[in-house]
Design a protein around this ligand. Structure first.
Ligand code: ARG
Ligand code: ZN
Length: 469
């Protein structure tokens, strides 16, 4: 789903493969084919050019005891160029058995040289502007994806199922997709498991689970567009709780009994952030807590964040705040990660302040006391992590949140600062943005605040401990 928006800096159109100023990897399939990457230098093969996905319909059958996944993915997309051939992202550990395009058998290949590309050649080229449906039948035992920072993600097997998280590149480990943050789509999931196992995905359960022959199918639907890294379909033994927040948002929480969790603040957090940042972007909320400590991170999976173990209150607030900053306004390129992590981290401080605990300014003071000699804490500067291995470094989170707290102090008027966050989120709702867009948005909004460009230079881009901003 491509989005365009108008900001004070002009109109920006982002669609898959069209990130201005970046060069996409050419297709392995030659002329007339969509490119094999969307042009992000951190992950050159991630995403593909030539089309724009609107919807993923994923039928996933899995058995925890064997770890096997047998699946059919139906992908509805629009061609942004004539397509003799095009790529989807899918890891080669999953074997494709058949592909159709608009119901006609298509040729396909999973070239070893590329590792995560499924090259599809339709029986006849897809015309530019045409909507088309690709159906991919595939299966295997998914293998976790290892990130440049050493974390494992994707479809991560657990004692009783699989914990599924994908930031930044796990999704092709379990379904074929256009794995770029700029191609947002809606989702349906039909997950079949042995009866007794629960399957949880994004969005809402559209009907009561269907059981037949010892297998149960869970149908989940997400009606708002999200980036692929925010999708999930986790399976295992969970205690489920449902209800509504006082503000009326339905929630569904699923907790692994091995990780008893206090989620009692969740409804209040979602409602609070909604009053500050703008209406909650999705039609339901909740949380999923699994027992998968080998993953080592929690993720803001859309509607329902995923935790690899019981979260503390700040972590719960961080992941819920991401629903606005990360899931609604999403990075245009991975180097824009500060727009996700700095904002979610600051929001968790603000929740703490709001609920009468440590204030955001107290967090700032505590972290600012870190000596300049602790270069690992202060670097890389959050506005430009420099490479994929440093995307989730502490500096992106803590120095990133300090940047927003320092901005709040510099603006000197809480209503004006919170209005900035609110209007930024609503201006880019369900869209993508770059760090430079936030800087321009802020500078244009506060002409009376002197030195904002210098402020952002020091906090976002200069290496080392910020001073004199
Ligand atoms: N976005 C997640 C969070 O809320 C972190 C994802 C970390 N991913 C990784 N590959 N290290 O903090
Ligand atoms: Zn985060």
């Amino acid at each position: 789903m491509a989005r365009s928006w108008t900001s004070r800096v002009g109109t920006v159109l982002l669609s898959a493969g069209a990130i201005v100023g970046l060069t996409a990897v050419p297709s392995s399939a030659g002329g007339g084919a969509g490119s094999a990457g969307a042009g992000d230098p951190y992950f050159p093969l991630q995403g593909n050019g030539g089309y724009d996905v609107a919807h993923y319909d994923l039928t996933l059958a899995t058995t925890p005891a064997t770890g096997r996944l047998d699946a059919v993915a139906a992908i509805t997309a629009t061609a942004t160029q004539q397509l003799k051939a095009f790529d989807l992202d899918l890891r080669r550990t999953l074997t494709v058995s058949a592909v159709t395009v608009d119901g006609r058998p298509a040729a396909f290949a999973q070239p070893a040289s590329l590792g995560q590309e499924l090259v599809v050649t339709p029986a006849s080229p897809v015309r530019v502007g045409a909507q088309f449906t690709v159906v991919v039948r595939y299966g295997g035992v998914p293998v976790e994806v290892t990130d440049p920072d050493g974390s494992v993600e994707g479809w991560v097997r657990t004692a009783d199922g699989a914990f599924v998280v994908n930031e930044p590149q796990g999704s092709p480990g379990w379904y074929p997709c256009n794995d770029t943050p700029t191609d947002k789509a809606t989702y349906d999931f039909h997950v079949t498991v042995p009866t007794g196992v629960t399957a949880v995905a994004n969005g809402e359960l559209v009907r009561a689970p269907r059981t037949s022959g010892g297998r149960t199918t869970f149908d989940w639907h997400l009606g708002q567009p999200i980036s692929t890294y925010l999708s999930f379909a986790t399976t295992g033994q969970f205690q489920v709780t449902t209800g509504r927040t006082p503000g009326g948002i339905p929630y569904f929480t699923a907790v692994d009994p091995a990780q008893p969790s206090d989620l009692s603040q969740l409804p209040a957090m979602v409602d609070f952030f909604g009053t500050v940042f703008g209406r909650y972007p999705f039609s339901s909320t909740g949380a999923l807590v699994d027992d998968a400590p080998e993953v080592g991170y929690a993720l803001e999976t859309a509607t329902r964040p995923s935790f690899d173990s019981a979260p503390d209150e700040l972590t719960l607030a961080h992941e819920l705040a991401h629903q606005w900053f990360g899931d609604s306004v999403t990075v245009a390129r991975w180097r824009d990660i500060w727009l996700n992590e700095g904002f979610a981290e600051w929001s968790s401080w603000f929740w703490s302040e709001h609920s009468g605990q440590t204030s955001a300014q107290q967090f700032f003071k505590k972290y600012y006391a870190t000596p300049a000699s602790k270069t690992d804490f202060w670097n890389p500067p959050p506005g430009d992590p420099g490479d994929a291995a440093d995307l989730f470094d502490d500096s992106i989170y803590e120095r990133g949140a300090m940047t927003l707290q320092a901005l709040r102090v510099k603006i000197g008027d809480d209503a004006a600062f919170l209005g900035l966050l609110h209007d930024w989120q609503t201006a880019h709702r369900f869209g993508n943005a770059r760090v430079e867009d936030f800087v321009a948005f802020t500078v244009a909004r506060f002409p009376q605040v002197p030195g904002l460009q210098h402020f952002f230079q020091v906090w976002l881009y200069d290496p080392g401990k910020p001073a004199n901003w």
